[in-house]
Design a protein around this ligand. Structure first.
Ligand code: HEM
Length: 156
């Protein structure tokens, strides 16, 4: 729990297992998608699913395992350099992730979903900018930590 007893987004979601379900639901959709499938060469490997799960779990308040075991922010950034992600691909990515949150049974309360799509919007827009040829992104930074923003969980 956070110091003020508000659960982290990671705790609220159900921990790393919940993010793994989200990533599996998302990449299953990506593999079938006309705009995104080709970006991932039609198949998203077990290693990719596992690594991105640890990234999302860390961002949402879980253990810092992407930082400790997978190279942290610089490694995430490196994977996006020169992908040239288009605005349409970004929008599709964000849309499929929202659908995947339903598929995976992520908490559906407005506060959790607002935080989830807030990060999704922020992260995908950075990914587009950083993936353009000639981009000069920040190359070293910590893995971000996302929070509830203005709407903490409603506990009645
Ligand atoms: C919230 C937004 C995003 C997050 C948090 C994210 C996260 C990540 C992470 C952590 C990795 C590295 C996995 C590893 O260490 O093995 C990765 C790789 C990758 N991402 Fe993203 N990503 C985002 C947006 C996007 C978007 C919008 C696209 C394309 C439409 C994209 C395409 C890819 C591809 C193709 C790779 C693998 C590249 C390779 O094999 O080298 N990502 N992503």
């Amino acid at each position: 729990m956070a110091e003020d007893d508000t659960p982290t987004l990671w705790e609220w979601a159900g921990g790393t297992e919940a993010f793994r379900r989200l990533m599996d639901a998302f990449y299953d959709r990506v593999e079938q998608d006309d705009l995104l499938g080709p970006v991932f060469h039609g198949q998203v490997s077990e290693a990719h699913r596992a690594h991105v799960t640890l990234w999302w779990a860390e961002v949402f308040g879980g253990p810092a395992l992407y930082t400790e075991q997978h190279g942290g922010y610089p490694e995430m950034l490196r994977h996006h350099i020169d992908l040239g992600i288009s605005d349409e691909q970004r929008f599709r990515f964000a849309t499929l992730m929202s659908r995947a949150a339903d598929d995976a049974g992520m908490p559906a309360d407005p506060e959790f979903r607002a935080a989830l799509v807030g990060y999704l919007e922020w992260g995908t827009r950075l990914a587009v900018a950083n993936s353009q040829p000639g981009a000069a992104p920040v190359t070293d930074a910590p893995v971000p930590r996302w929070g509830w923003g203005v709407a903490p969980p409603w506990t009645g």
